[in-house]
Design a protein around this ligand. Structure first.
Ligand code: NAI
Length: 343
């Protein structure tokens, strides 16, 4: 551990973003976490404050700090501006999306879940190559979309997943694809991942699943999975399913990792249905902050943050509504801060 201060960009985001970011900052302050924040706007907040969902000043800040903690950003559906999340991933070439899911509250539908999903973050069906073909008076008569997966991108994400597995004491990587139908688009990913897996033989085991079977098996027997590596859209869908195994989106953190920058966030969105009510669960973003502490080498602080969360949930029994409790954001944060300070 070093005593160096880490400049980092802080994006409160939209909807419940500012509420859970405030809660997370309180937990980080209680730990004495060595971040020097540059607060910036993006998403709807960016449009309101700077006329841009991803203002230049925000991008410049992340280029400088190479490290960010981000609240959820609202994206208009079916029209309007392109997702700022997707643009951020592309601007900083954040090719790996890492989403660990671990059971924190015993007694749920699934006990002892411990799965890490590694999602390719830049390619696949997320590239946004889409258009309509008009027929007669119907401007939207036909919709066409293309995906792009490259050998280089597939190798980079597969190597990341195997490397992650090895460094974190994981035993197995499951390659998830749909190469039986999308023979080129996800075939290249499967073929390349198999090649990469050979370099890890004897150290990390390899398994393969077609995405639909994987989705079913995650519900029937999730304990067979350890690390999953998959393409962009499948990763998006499966990570929400996996979050459901551990008590929902309020418990699922994510890291977007590139060679020169890393952005940490909750898997969930801006939750407009509960925004401003003070009832959001801040744990997903706090766990993302723990991943950020790990990333900069402060494993001990990250461990204390996770222990504080565990203590508040399981020893104090303080839980937000999404977890079946009655606590609001502040009460849960108070309990976590008290555990950090006293623990
Ligand atoms: P959502 O994740 O915001 O909400 C889905 C459901 O989960 C809602 O009922 C919500 O109340 C609940 N929920 C989510 N987080 C919660 C928390 N921390 N505590 C308690 N309950 C929580 O997904 P939705 O409604 O599809 O998206 C809303 C907006 O968020 C959209 O504009 C979408 O584009 C954006 N979004 C942004 C993401 C990001 O910035 N990384 C990720 C996903 C969506």
């Amino acid at each position: 551990m070093t005593s160096q201060k880490h400049p980092a960009t802080l994006i409160p985001g939209d909807g419940i973003g500012p509420e859970i970011v405030d809660a997370t900052l309180r937990a980080l302050d209680a730990l004495g976490a060595p971040f020097e924040w540059e607060t910036c706007v993006a998403g709807m907040a960016g449009v309101k404050d700077a006329g841009d969902p991803l203002p230049r000043a925000t991008l410049d800040s992340i280029h400088r700090t190479q490290l960010a903690l981000k609240g959820p950003l609202e994206t208009p559906i079916g029209g309007g501006y392109r997702s700022s999340n997707v643009r951020l991933r592309q601007e900083f070439k954040l090719f790996a999306n890492v989403r660990p899911a671990r059971t924190l509250i015993p007694g749920g539908r699934f006990e002892n879940i411990d799965i890490v999903l590694v999602r390719e973050n830049l390619e696949g069906l997320y590239v946004g190559f889409e258009h309509y073909i008009p027929i007669g008076s119907d401007e939207h008569a036909v919709a066409i979309g293309s995906g792009v997966n490259t050998r280089v991108g597939s190798r980079r994400i597969a190597e990341f997943a195997y490397d992650y597995a090895e460094k974190n004491g994981r035993k197995k990587v499951t390659i998830v694809h749909k190469a039986n139908i999308m023979k080129a688009l996800t075939g290249i990913f499967l073929e390349t991942s198999r090649e990469v897996s050979k370099g890890y033989e004897g150290r990390v085991a390899t398994d393969e699943r077609i995405v639909d079977a994987c989705a079913m098996q995650l519900v029937l027997n999730p304990w067979q999975f350890d690390v999953i590596v998959t393409t962009n859209l499948f990763g998006d869908i499966l990570s929400d399913e996996i979050a459901g195994l551990i008590g929902g989106l309020g418990m699922a953190p994510g890291a977007n990792i590139g060679q020169h920058a890393a952005i940490f966030e909750a898997v969930h969105g801006s939750a407009p249905d509960i925004a401003g009510k003070g009832v959001a669960n801040p744990i997903a973003l706090m766990l993302a902050a723990a991943m950020m502490l790990d990333h900069v080498g402060h494993r001990e602080l990250a461990g204390r943050l996770r222990a504080g969360i565990d203590g508040a949930l399981n020893l104090d029994g303080v839980r937000t509504r999404d977890l079946g409790g009655k606590a609001d954001t502040k009460t849960l944060t108070d309990a976590i801060v008290a555990r950090i300070k006293n623990g």
